[in-house]
Design a protein around this ligand. Structure first.
Ligand SMILES: [Zn+2]
Length: 113
């Protein structure tokens, strides 16, 4: 379950950010997760609950914004969203495309008290 490692990572970043602000509690963490990361929100929430239990982030709500996979075509210069992992440009049919979104995983912001 790779969610456990991700949860630990998120916790570390959130705790260090909250520490800098002198927070006593983290109430919410807003995450941005690309579809290609294959994160299962329920599992991540579950894992986060375990790793954060004895920290100031215990009980914090994990809000996960899923980012769809998007691509850019080098042949016709168009941007599009990639559906069902079909890496083909919908405009010109080229397979020379670059993925421009869907792989990100970051904390957008955290809410603290
Ligand atoms: Zn194209």
């Amino acid at each position: 379950m790779h969610e456990m490692g991700i949860a630990q990572n998120i916790l570390d970043i959130a705790l260090s950010a909250a520490g800098k602000e002198g927070a006593s509690k983290i109430t919410r963490i807003n995450l941005v997760a690309g579809e290609l990361r294959g994160i299962v929100p329920l599992q991540l929430t579950f894992c986060f609950g375990i790793v954060s239990k004895d920290t100031i982030a215990g009980g914090a709500y994990l809000n996960i914004d899923e980012v769809p996979v998007s691509g850019h075509c080098d042949s016709c210069n168009s941007d599009f969203s990639v559906n069902e992992y079909e890496y083909v440009c919908p405009t010109c049919g080229s397979t020379k495309i670059k993925l421009t979104g869907g792989t990100e995983l970051s904390i957008k912001d955290i809410e603290i008290e």
